[in-house]
Ligand binder design. Structure first.
Ligand code: GDP
Length: 370
């Protein structure tokens, strides 16, 4: 199950956003830096109108939506990679998550201290990025030292082992040069598959898939007079191309969460934020449906049917025989009362095997040997 973390400088609205998104009193918003020290974990329900429709259609007793795990990570400061502020602890927390929500402060409020003294989202993006790049450089230095030490010990190693280590060193050195240039490793377009494997193994901080959240004032947010985000967008298209930039008002979201505890809808940006993070992490869903429950399961894009079954129970992957598949589009327009046998008679229930790549919103029933 993939996780995401909320990252940004201190006092930009991370905890306020976290509280809103979890509707809980986790997190710790307060008007002073470092109010948030321990990462807090929350599980957020993924809004999905298709699941709602399926619950209706199948008359299911229970609806079980997918969840996105979110950590509230303490604020970053200039010099964090040097262990200033809370330093390395939260850099380690960032390493542990798969995706990053990066909150940048775009609201002006003289009452709320800005740790850098003024509101300047592009400068803040650069501060955070520099800390991540510096930490990755330090990490590569340590890795290179470790591999070189390993190479000195020749015992029990084949020529292939040495060739592999040589390639690892060359790849990491190349990555290091890119980081020195202030760029992200993933921005180099022509890494080979093997190099990408090497880089992925290292879980670099600066290559984490990111969704950028521009925290604007509640007034601007509600009036739709969204201040120009072009500075942020330009920066993102240069340093993290393809990453979404979403305007939010953390203050509004937390108020909205209190007033509408059960529904995330209307003016709230949360559904879009959750959906964008799932897309950024290349996550999709399939459904299992019946009268007892309709459930949304999370898988990565390009997952084969047996591995998708394995998400329900690891045994299902090993004992997988085949699956029955209903395409969501074939039931999207139907209303209860609904019976699968009508779909069957129309040839809308398909049998798929081990080589089927599960698509988003597929409705699946697995058959296993167990
Ligand atoms: P964190 O350090 O990034 O977690 O920031 P917090 O969420 O603790 O927020 C720091 C302070 O800024 C708190 O006093 C919040 O109430 C305030 N704050 C957060 N978001 C907004 C906002 O959108 N507008 C205004 N005016 N204040 C905000």
């Amino acid at each position: 199950n993939l996780t995401s973390g909320i990252v940004g400088l201190a006092n930009v609205g991370k905890s306020t956003f976290f509280q809103a998104i979890t509707r809980s009193k986790l997190g710790n918003p307060a008007n002073y830096p470092f109010a948030t020290i321990k990462p807090e974990e929350a599980r957020v329900l993924v809004p999905n109108s298709r699941l709602d429709h399926l619950v209706d259609l199948y008359h299911a007793d229970r609806k079980i939506p997918a969840v996105l795990k979110i950590f509230d990570i303490a604020g970053l400061v200039r010099g964090a990679s040097d262990n200033k502020g809370l330093g390395n602890a939260f850099l380690a927390d960032i390493r542990a998550v798969d995706g990053i929500f990066q909150v940048v402060r775009s609201f002006k409020d003289p009452e709320i201290t800005h740790i850098e003294g003024s509101v300047d989202p592009v400068r803040d993006l650069t501060i955070v990025q520099d800390e991540l790049l510096l930490k990755d450089m330090e990490f590569i230095e340590n890795e290179l030292e470790r591999i070189r030490k390993q190479m000195k010990n020749r015992g029990g190693k084949t020529a292939q082992d040495f060739a592999d280590m040589d390639e690892e060193i060359a790849t990491l050195e190349e990555a290091y040069d890119i980081l020195i240039g202030g760029q992200r490793i993933i921005n180099k377009p022509d890494w080979t598959d093997n190099q990408i494997d090497i880089l992925n193994r290292n879980h670099f901080l600066s290559t984490k898939p990111s969704v950028f959240l521009a925290n604007i004032s509640e007034e601007d947010y509600l009036n739709g007079t969204i201040p120009s985000l072009s500075g942020i967008e330009d920066w993102v298209s240069e340093f993290a191309p393809g990453s979404p930039v979403i305007p939010i008002s953390a203050a509004y979201e937390s108020k909205y969460a209190d007033e509408h505890p059960s529904a995330i809808e209307g003016k709230s940006a949360l559904p879009e934020i959750i959906t964008e993070m799932r897309k950024t992490l290349h996550l999709i869903s399939y459904f299992t449906c019946g009268p007892l429950e309709c459930r949304q399961w999370t898988i990565r894009e390009n997952t084969l049917c047996p591995q998708a079954a394995g998400v329900i129970h690891t045994d299902f992957e090993k004992t997988f025989i085949n699956a029955e598949l209903i395409k969501y589009d074939d039931v999207a327009g139907l209303k209860p009362p609904y019976e699968e046998k009508i779909l069957r008679s129309k040839g809308k229930i398909h049998r798929v095997g081990k080589s089927y790549v599960v698509q988003d919103s597929d409705i699946l029933t697995f058959h296993s040997a167990a």
